[in-house]
Design a protein around this ligand. Structure first.
Ligand code: 8Y4
Length: 240
């Protein structure tokens, strides 16, 4: 708890607007954990950050129980890599009154890299997100609460990740803010041939491109460096 709080505090001092807190790994091969264990892991961290830091806590979960409890503990957003497809998740998210991030993925983290055949990747991602927006609105989640994420690295090959990034701005047509998480991911390692802790420059390059493509929220490790990039790109965009 102490280490998580200190890390969150450092990110807030560096300028983070949101802190994403998750209790279950999406890494293929990671051990599955119960809802109770997930809650034991995230609840104290969410409660402490929400109480002590001037930042919005985003809870990275697919579990309805974790969504409900996190909302009571002060979370300000739900980040669900399964886009509220679990039984009860739409209702729990709706009743929380929190904004939700809907991410595109296929299958589960365990199997997703065997599910990379798309007739048309962009159309598939866009169609999936449209269908989830429709499900949210039917469950009483207002359009103003919905953020979209193409899910880089989730059920996508390297070529597909690159193509999706190149054409990211087409997702703006759905009319919702976009969130992108590419920081230190293998799509950078595959191009640069660098290990995860050596991918800062690659991550910053993609952050600049994401801002230019209209992305509203960047999920990153290196907050201070990324904010410099965002401010610099925005200064050019704002010039005459
Ligand atoms: C190095 C660093 C290698 C990070 C792999 C990773 C996203 C997400 C994750 C995302 C949203 C990750 C929970 C995977 N990625 N949520 N979560 N969007 N909304 N891998 O892209 O960071 S976890």
């Amino acid at each position: 708890l102490d280490s998580a709080l200190r890390h969150a505090d450092a990110m807030v001092r560096a300028g983070a607007a949101l802190i994403d807190v998750g209790g279950e790994s999406t890494r293929p091969g990671a051990r599955k954990i119960s809802e109770a264990e997930e809650l034991q892991r995230v609840a104290p961290v969410i409660e402490a950050i929400a109480a002590r830091l001037d930042v919005i806590v985003s809870v990275d979960t697919s579990s309805p129980a974790v969504m409900r409890e996190s909302a009571h503990l002060g979370a300000g957003m739900i980040n669900d890599v399964r886009a509220l497809q679990r039984d009860g998740a739409l209702q729990a998210a709706s009743e929380s009154d929190l904004p939700v991030c809907l991410m595109h993925m296929r299958g589960e983290p365990e199997t997703m890299q065997q599910l990379t055949h798309y007739d048309d990747l962009l159309e598939d991602v866009q169609g999936f997100l449209k269908q989830r927006i429709f499900a949210c609105e039917a469950a009483g989640i207002a359009a103003e609460r919905i953020v979209l994420d193409p899910g880089f690295g989730f059920a996508k090959t390297q070529a597909q990740n690159m193509s999706l990034f190149k054409h990211l701005e087409v997702l703006n047509a759905l009319g919702h803010p976009l969130l992108v998480g590419v920081s230190r991911k293998s799509m950078i390692g595959a191009v640069l041939g660098r290990e995860a802790n050596d991918r800062l420059a690659g991550s910053l390059a993609l952050a600049a491109l994401a801002v230019i493509r209209g992305v509203s929220i960047l999920r990153v490790h290196d907050v201070a460096e990324t904010l410099d990039v965002v401010r610099m790109v925005n200064a050019v965009v704002a010039a005459h």
